[in-house]
Design a binder for this molecule. Structure first.
Ligand code: DX5
Ligand code: ZN
Length: 229
């Protein structure tokens, strides 16, 4: 599988009045995936996008739409988010008692499936899910908001998960506080997909999109140096 570094800007940090143009701008500036943060005001203390919003983003996404569900319960909404056009749906291990069933339900929709771990959840909790998932998402902030500080225990957790994965074709995604400073730490530990909200969107706009490109390239360069160095 393709373990090259992939940068997935989170549109949680985009201009909420201009999503179509923001998505086109980050893709034109080098984004590999588009990360969409779905929050329910219950599992996390913030509210964002329902399935109609995902359906509205879909025609603008030419790369890969990575939908991170921070909602509980999850299962009643999987079909709607898949029908809205998600390429991958990631659910939280902590969102309910039956994550195995949730992953089965995501796969049954014909989309890729990810499992996410909050900072306080141990790596071992996903041992019996690894034969089912396409991605493990290691949260390096407590989910709910962009712009928080990177939690360093995620680095060792990533290393453990990378060992547990072995030869299986599973991505490791990092989400929260990713910058050119923190990206090398998680890439060296085994991550290949880096979500970044504030570090991609800061200083730029759809009228000044080259800043997005500079920000994406800075994260990618730091990450790739950790691979070869
Ligand atoms: C947090 C979200 C993240 C968030 C990352 O709950 O899952 O995707 O947008 O934002 P930054 O990169 O600013 O930490
Ligand atoms: Zn996210």
């Amino acid at each position: 599988m393709d373990r090259s570094i992939k940068i997935a800007p989170s549109i949680l940090s985009a201009d909420f009045a201009n999503f179509g143009a923001e998505i086109r701008a980050i893709e034109a500036q080098g984004a590999d995936w588009v990360h969409v943060d779905v929050m329910d005001g219950h599992f996390v203390p913030n509210l964002t996008f329902g399935p109609p919003a995902i359906a509205a983003f879909r025609p603008h996404v030419k790369t890969f739409m990575d939908v991170h569900l921070m909602i509980a319960p999850v299962d009643p909404y999987i079909e709607a988010y898949a029908a809205a056009g998600a390429d991958m749906i990631t659910a939280h291990l902590e969102a309910g008692p039956h994550i195995h069933r949730t992953i089965q339900a995501i796969k049954a929709q014909g989309v890729k499936a990810g499992v996410s771990l909050n900072p306080g959840t141990p790596a071992e909790a996903i041992e019996y899910l690894l034969d089912m998932v396409d991605m493990v998402l290691v949260m390096t902030v407590n989910p709910g908001f962009g712009g928080q500080k990177f939690i360093h225990s995620g680095v060792e957790k990533t290393r453990k998960i990378r060992q547990m994965i072995g030869d299986r074709p599973i991505h490791i995604q990092i989400d929260g506080g990713v910058t050119p400073e923190t990206a090398p730490l998680v890439v060296e530990a085994g991550a290949d997909v880096l979500v970044a909200g504030s570090a991609v969107f800061k200083g730029g706009s759809v009228k000044n999109p080259q800043v997005y490109g500079e920000n994406i390239r800075a994260i990618r360069a730091a990450a790739e140096a950790a691979r070869t160095g």
